[in-house]
Design a protein around this ligand. Structure first.
Ligand code: SF4
Ligand code: SF4
Length: 296
């Protein structure tokens, strides 16, 4: 293993079910088994499941909140300024009927309405968005879980808090939320390198194209892991060649791999060679990212 500066690596995919968590958990397990100080952050805040693969003791948990306005109807003049300032339609007002309400589910906590109100009618209160949990694993390794509350409009604040909790100064693996919308962007934006996990099928290629397009705009370096090889056709590999995207690893379409994963076990339980493959993957990422002291 070459020397390297601590990296933040996002493991992402254009859609769920492509093997993103399989890669994230096996890479994490390999690194911690080889005494490489690493944290895994489960950024899939709507459905975190990385913890299922590890034994760990809950060390810390805290709520992630957002300030939402509270309107004192005794002070409100129903002037409508707060409604005008709100870009998210989170204030409902009917001045003739003297009705004003905050629709908390739509509120983004921007604070504009509080600034707009010249009558001191708006104060703020914290509204829970979710929770961050930190689990201590073997040695000084940890797993951080971002978990969003049901019904909250966006997991972004909870994801950011989870990544912050993992800290700097060591390797961080982020199991990104699926898709290419805001939660994905917020996660990969904090990464030094993005591993895109896909399948060699037309759907896999279509999702991969979108993810690559987004990462190109963000100027994020990336590489690809093809999962379930043997399915589909060669078009995905042609795309990687055209776009000059490194193929980092291939995982075959095998029943026993799916079975091992479904039982919450690691691939190295199936075949110890997987540990070497994941170590090689990490080495390739360091090389692709140009951080190694032994650059190509
Ligand atoms: S805090 Fe921002 S989003 Fe929320 S109600 Fe006020 S103006 Fe609208
Ligand atoms: S800006 Fe203040 S006074 Fe005007 S409607 Fe909103 S809460 Fe009421």
């Amino acid at each position: 293993m070459t020397d390297h500066k601590p990296l933040k690596i996002a493991i992402a995919s254009g859609k769920g079910g492509t093997g993103k968590t399989l890669v994230a958990t096996n890479l994490f397990h390999t690194l911690i088994s080889n005494d490489i100080k690493t944290s895994l952050v489960d950024c899939d805040a709507e459905a975190p499941n990385a913890k299922l693969f590890f034994e760990g003791k809950l060390e810390k948990s805290f709520a992630v909140t957002q300030q939402v306005p509270v309107i004192d109807e005794n002070l409100c003049t129903y002037c409508g300024k707060c409604y005008e300032y709100c870009h998210y339609n989170a204030i409902f007002i009917l001045p003739p009927a003297r009705v004003i309400k905050v629709i908390e589910d739509l509120c983004h906590g921007c604070g504009a309405c509080t600034v707009a109100c010249k009558f001191g009618a708006i104060t703020e209160k914290p509204m829970p968005l979710g929770e961050v949990r930190r689990y201590a694993l073997e040695g000084s390794q940890s797993l951080v879980e971002s978990c969003m509350k049901t019904g909250v409009f966006s997991p972004v604040a909870v994801i950011k808090a989870g990544i912050k909790e993992a800290g700097n100064g060591q390797t961080v693996i982020m199991d990104a939320p699926p898709g290419t919308s805001c939660p994905f962007i917020q996660t990969v934006d904090r990464a030094d390198f993005v591993v895109l996990v896909t399948e060699p099928t037309p759907f896999g290629l279509s999702d991969l194209r979108q993810s690559v397009e987004t990462l190109k705009r963000m100027k994020k370096p990336c590489g690809v892991i093809v999962n379930r090889t043997g399915l589909g056709n060669h078009a995905l590999y042609d795309f990687l060649e055209q776009e000059d995207i490194p193929l980092l690893m291939e995982i075959p379409f095998e029943r026993n791999i799916a079975h091992t994963y479904a039982q919450g076990r690691k691939l190295k339980d199936l075949d110890p060679a997987w540990e070497t493959r994941f170590l090689n993957l990490f080495e390739k990422i360091i090389l692709e990212n140009g951080n190694s002291h032994h650059k190509r």
